[in-house]
Design a protein around this ligand. Structure first.
Ligand SMILES: [Zn+2]
Length: 285
């Protein structure tokens, strides 16, 4: 145990699927802890557009999340913007320790201080922009579920603006509220007894649904093992997510799943057909 603690300071599970907002928030908190206030002894990029960019000697001001986006702000008035999507990850190692986030050719960025190496693996989005231009990359996002300016009323307003859409799609749309991925979508809809294809107009307690989403992310923000059941033991952490065809924890009915969403953004959706009956019109996307 001690040996592991010495080798690797912070780590995140690699195969946890699409990162949810709380995972990105936690990643940024860790990165902020080790980078903020320090000058970079190494600041390199392994992507063609940034191949000649050097940040060595630049000081890191802060690392912040905005929804699922990551913003590294530097004292040269530039911001590194990254997004993990499905495959990316930032790993932090003590200086001099062996890196273990994947093969070297998957490294996209190295931000090192005298004490730590932050290594970005497989980052599908990585760009350096003037800090004043941050609204160009995150300005479209709805209220951030874990942001200091979380605004549930605004999230409800945005979701309500498209009443014919399915609630399943509306919750994943980061322009409505930022931070929910497929795990929290599935779980919060189960907790509210809502079928994922329920039209927004048919959702009676939208404010409660939004509030519940916030509660779930907030409760999980510090722990790597996301749990919505209150039970952190492996295999017992979720009601429906990751449990296709398994019996519902409440009624025993097999959990159903389908993939739906706007073209190009189809995502797996899971629900219990008995606890989450479809009411109102069926919405097909
Ligand atoms: Zn059920």
């Amino acid at each position: 145990m001690i040996r592991v603690g010495l080798r690797l300071i912070y780590d995140w599970p690699q195969n946890c699927g699409v990162p949810e907002g709380d995972t990105v928030w936690r990643s940024c908190r860790r990165l902020h802890e080790v980078l903020a206030g320090h000058r970079l002894s190494r600041g390199e990029f392994c992507v063609p557009a940034l191949a000649t960019t050097e940040l060595t000697g630049i000081r890191v001001l802060e690392v912040r999340s905005r929804g699922k986006h990551q913003l590294f702000r530097f004292d040269n008035q530039m911001t590194l913007h990254t997004h993990l999507r499905m495959e990316g990850t930032w790993r932090i190692f003590r200086a001099g320790r062996r890196w273990s986030g994947g093969p070297d050719y998957e490294i996209r960025s190295i931000l090192a201080t005298a004490e730590h190496d932050a290594v970005g693996y497989r980052l599908p989005v990585i760009e350096l922009i003037p800090t004043t231009n941050e609204p160009d990359v995150v300005g479209h996002l709805g209220p951030d579920l874990l942001g200091p300016d979380w605004d549930p009323e605004e999230a409800v307003r945005r979701i309500s603006a498209e009443p014919d859409r399915t609630i399943g799609e509306a919750l994943l749309d980061q322009r409505n509220l930022a931070g929910i991925g497929t795990l929290y979508r599935a779980e919060v809809l189960f907790l509210q007894g809502l079928h994922p294809r329920t039209p927004v107009a048919e959702v009676k307690y939208l404010a409660r649904l939004v509030q519940r989403s916030h509660q779930l992310l907030y409760a999980n923000r510090w722990r790597p093992e996301q749990a919505t059941t209150g039970d952190l033991r492996p295999g017992r952490r979720t009601y429906v997510f990751g449990r296709e065809r398994e019996p519902c924890r409440r009624c025993g009915t097999p959990i159903e799943a389908e993939t739906f969403g706007p073209p190009g953004q189809e995502r797996r959706s899971l629900w219990c057909p008995r606890c989450q009956p479809l009411i109102g019109r069926t919405v097909r996307s």
